[in-house]
Write a protein that binds this ligand. Structure first.
Ligand code: C2E
Ligand code: MG
Ligand code: MG
Length: 888
């Protein structure tokens, strides 16, 4: 390389002066001068203090200065930074101060107008005595070189069509996000966006239109996110957004909704108008993945679920999705031989004519009785069969079986068979239909094929041919689930349907106040009438729906109001008398869909973990059961699983249920459910014994030896409890104020001498759990005091507050039956525990029933249940008093 040659020419190996001793030194000087004037490189030298003594004129000009003005400056003052981004003021001065030689150091000019980079080298000069005399060196302009490599790496990082960062940059960005999680405990959210119906635009309007559309999509995304660095195009119609330090699911759901709404607005591309949609999957690290790969796999699953959920929606990742993948895999395996093993059967659901109220046809619906999982819905396994390439075989069996069964029924009602879009795309379908009809002897006009709008996604010429061929055979065609898919009226004009089936989503809400579904159904009926097609309303369940549907002029009704799907022989019996009229039955009115539920959760109350049930749930609160008599205003933590914990305040106390209000509202999970806006750290949870699974696969509930309380737990998990301080059940009046020690801090120890019978750690833990989980909220205090004081059960049952001098730590048990009074000294643990007992105005008893404010007659029932639950059936309450080490 030229500069190495120059360097060797230039750096005299030793000597006290810069001297060219060769006879051709005039020639050498000329060469050097030419080189300097070429602007490719320059020379410099300094004195022993580092001040410039020589600088080529060419570089002075680039620095917009006279050489004379620059001489005397410190060499390192000419530059601003080095190639490795470390400050040159730190690097070069350091090297120079050590009088070391250097090369290949990239520096940027501090004085040029445009950006200019040099690679500099220098070697120290010493006199004969070894005294440092200064530096001599050279610099080479590397600006162009750097810029072109930067361009190349820029190109490698960007998507040329949209100018957005590409998959490669996404990987780097995500890596940085994950490092933030690892090092600083931050979060990182990933949104994966897939355009719905983009393929259709590409196919119908051409690729240039598709490209123009993608550009507009990227502009819309940039507008929403506002930061070019965070938006990526991964290829095709897939985009991704990375939001470091964002974990609030409410905010993220809002962004996802904004994206869906914006991308679903019409586009104008190359003179045509088109509309597409978008589905969004979301995953938030670290709760949804601690590595890049995990997070990407999970956001993929979330997107897949969003698309499956009907597109145009968002979905957060949850472990259920992973389980569903596993489950799907298992079902696929089982489905392969379900047919051979006789687990599949066909049932038939009657379709009733609105005019005659008679059954005029049936729809064949497949049923799968799984040997271990019971009945599995076709809505679940048909898509699996489609993906696993089993639908062809299954569909053919269904078609043949339905024709055979129908040929056996009395009369001539029709049988409708569902045909998957995959079967419809198979050229062999007409032959299979012909063969099924011929083998069974069923007249073609008694067979109706139900097709969904999905078939119109294929090649239109082939779709048209298929329609024509099927019509030639003489079978009828019905358009199934109308209104749920693309609902383009265009194909209704050309496709030869005999019937439109109005999807049950329209029927379901039609009778609810304010619903416009009735008007939509009326419009569909009018449209079908104009095209000489019949109509069937699907999913009619209640009598008011039936009335409404009838009044809207729908020609046929299918729904539970008449009958569910029944076996072929039951159907044959119904049809035996020739005409089969079914009386409608059902609720008079369609009931409002409440978010009533039966969802198992955990509730952390004081320092106890209760299994609990959510009975209904909204963003702001829930009705929960699983504990009794928790005072209003107490704060609890609800554990929804999957690291979703919500602090809530008890607002209402019912007989068995408590109405609670969440401190932070829950947010939409994108699929009609609710989730907490943030997840807490799985690591922190598992340290508390929460959130994991034990070896048997049971969810781990709570580590009974830990001393966390609602307050501490909220603090350590970063959960907001609002401005209010935490109230635990023990903090009633007289309970020792804010600093009252928590019950849990009195740990149950397993100590004792060999002569004492004592329970193992495990037994004690089980016992404590069971006692704390008891439906009797006082049992825990009672058993705690039996252990800590060693008193008789009867003494505790009759104990009153004024028998206790907590300052002196003495409990005076009154004399009984002319006996003596007893004085029991109380340990600190016992005093702590007594301080936590709820105390009610006007109620003298130490332990009282919160409802009646009177003493309990006995605790034996509650104790019995608790010891059985702890599998310690042989431990009596008196054993606790006499024999077990008295620590709680
Ligand atoms: P579909 O073709 O729209 O079938 C109607 C579905 O609505 C059936 O569900 C039926 O049981 C249900 N249904 C009818 N009346 C009511 C009602 O009043 N209330 C409610 N809630 N539901 C009602 P099913 O049998 O679970 O089938 C679900 C879907 O699975 C079907 O929707 C169809 O797409 C597919 N499927 C079922 N059998 C077959 C089949 O043999 N072949 C193919 N390719 N797909 C099938
Ligand atoms: Mg159907
Ligand atoms: Mg349907």
């Amino acid at each position: 390389m030229a500069r190495n040659k120059i360097f060797s020419l230039f750096s005299a190996p030793s000597g006290d002066d810069f001297a060219v001793t060769q006879p051709d030194y005039a020639e050498t000087l000329l060469l050097l001068e030419n080189f300097e004037n070429s602007n490719k490189g320059w020379f410099w030298s300094t004195d022993c203090d580092g001040h410039l003594t020589y600088l080529s004129g060419s570089v002075s000009r680039l620095m917009n200065d006279e050489t004379a003005a620059l001489l005397g400056l410190a060499f390192s003052d000419l530059f601003i930074r080095a190639d490795n981004a470390a400050d040159v003021r730190e690097r070069l001065p350091f090297i120079l101060s050590r009088h070391a030689s250097f090369e290949n150091i990239i520096v940027q000019s501090a004085r040029s107008q445009d950006e200019r980079w040099w690679e500099v080298a220098g070697s120290p000069q010493f006199d004969k005595e070894g005294n440092f005399k200064g530096y001599r060196g050279y610099g080479v302009d590397v600006t162009e070189q750097l810029q072109s490599s930067e361009n190349a790496s820029q190109l490698a990082m960007y998507d040329p069509l949209t100018g957005l960062s590409n998959r490669l940059s996404m990987a780097k960005c995500l890596e940085a996000g994950m490092a933030g999680i690892e090092q600083y405990g931050r979060s990182c959210a990933v949104l994966l966006i897939d355009l719905d119906r983009f393929k259709q635009v590409n196919d119908s309007l051409g690729h240039p239109a598709g490209d123009a559309l993608l550009k507009q999509v990227s502009e819309r995304l940039l507008k929403i996110i506002g930061d070019r660095e965070k938006v990526f195009r991964l290829g095709g119609d897939e985009f991704q957004i990375i939001l470091p330090n964002c974990e609030d699911r409410g905010t993220l759901g809002g962004i996802a909704n904004e994206i869906i709404a914006s991308l679903s607005q019409p586009y104008s591309v190359l003179g045509s108008r088109c509309v597409i949609g978008a589905s969004v999957g979301l995953a938030v690290g670290p709760s949804d993945g601690r590595t890049r790969e995990e997070l990407i796999r999970n956001v993929d699953l979330a997107l897949y679920a969003a698309k499956e959920n009907g597109r145009g929606c968002f979905r957060f990742f949850s472990n259920e999705l992973l389980q569903a993948v596993e489950e799907r895999r298992g079902l696929e395996e089982d489905l392969r031989d379900a047919l051979v093993k006789g687990q599949l059967s066909l049932f038939y659901q009657p379709l009733v004519s609105t005019k005659s109220s008679c059954v005029t046809g049936v729809e064949a619906l497949i049923r799968w009785q799984h040997p271990t999982r019971g009945a599995i819905s076709p809505a679940l396994f048909i898509p699996i069969a489609e993906e696993a390439d089993l639908i062809g075989m299954l569909g053919e069996w269904i078609l043949r079986k339905a024709c055979e069964d129908a040929a056996q029924w009395p009369g001539d009602i029709r049988v409708a068979v569902n045909v998957s879009p995959i079967q419809f795309a198979n050229e062999a379908l007409p032959q299979i239909v012909v063969s099924a009809l011929a083998n069974s002897g069923l007249a073609p006009n008694r067979l109706e094929l139900e097709i969904t709008e999905g078939v119109f996604l294929g090649e239109s010429a082939e779709t048209d041919t298929m329609f024509a061929t099927l019509k030639e055979i003489g079978v009828r065609l019905a358009l199934d689930d109308f209104g749920t898919g693309y609902s383009s009226l265009g194909y209704l004009k050309t496709a030869p349907f005999d019937k439109i089936k109005i999807d049950q989503t329209f029927v379901r809400e039609a009778t609810l106040p304010g619903s416009r579904n009735g008007a939509i159904i009326a419009a569909i009926v009018a449209l079908a009438g104009a095209l000489s097609m019949e109509t069937t309303a699907e999913g009619v369940e209640s009598l008011d729906q039936l009335d409404l549907i009838r009044s809207l002029g729908v020609s046929h009704i299918q729904g539970y109001v008449y009958s569910k799907a029944i076996a072929s022989d039951a159907l044959a019996r119904g049809l035996a008398s020739g005409e089969w009229r079914i009386e409608p039955t059902g609720h008079a009115k369609q009931r409002n869909e409440r978010r009533a539920m039966y969802r198992k959760v955990g509730a952390i109350l004081g320092s106890y973990y209760h299994p609990a049930l959510i009975r209904n749930l909204s963003e702001s609160g829930a009705l929960i059961e699983g504990f009794v008599d928790v005072p209003v205003d107490t704060q609890i933590i609800v554990d929804f699983g999957e690291c979703q914990l919500a602090v809530a305040t008890v607002r209402r106390v019912g007989k068995k249920q408590h109405g609670i209000e969440f401190v932070e509202q829950l947010v939409d999970d994108g699929v009609g459910g609710l989730c907490t806006s943030r997840r807490v750290s799985a690591y922190a949870l598992s340290k508390l014994g929460l959130g994991g699974k034990d070896q048997s696969g049971e969810a781990l509930m709570w580590d009974p030896t830990n001393a966390a309380t609602v307050g501490k737990l909220s603090d350590s998990l970063g959960l907001s409890t609002s401005a209010k301080s935490i109230q635990t059940p023990g903090q009633g009046p007289g309970a020792g104020g804010d600093n009252a020690p928590q019950f849990q801090s009195l740990s149950l120890l397993n100590a004792g001498t060999a002569s004492q019978r004592h329970l193992s750690n495990d037994e004690l833990a089980r016992l404590k759990m069971a006692v704390e989980a008891s439906h009797n909220p006082s049992l825990k205090y009672f058993i705690g005091l039996v252990l800590l004081t060693g008193t008789r059960v009867q003494d505790l049952l009759t104990a009153q507050w004024d028998h206790f001098d907590l300052n002196a730590g003495v409990w005076t048990v009154p004399a009984e039956n002319a006996g003596k009074t007893k004085k029991i000294s109380l340990s600190t643990a016992a005093i702590d525990l007594i301080n936590q007992l709820p105390r009610w105005d006007g109620c003298p008893h130490l332990i009282a029933n919160p409802r009646t404010k009177k003493p309990y007659n006995s605790f034996y029932g509650s104790w019995d249940a608790a010891r059985k639950k702890a599998k310690l059936g042989n431990v009596g309450i008196h054993d606790l008093r006499n024999n077990v080490v008295k620590t709680w």
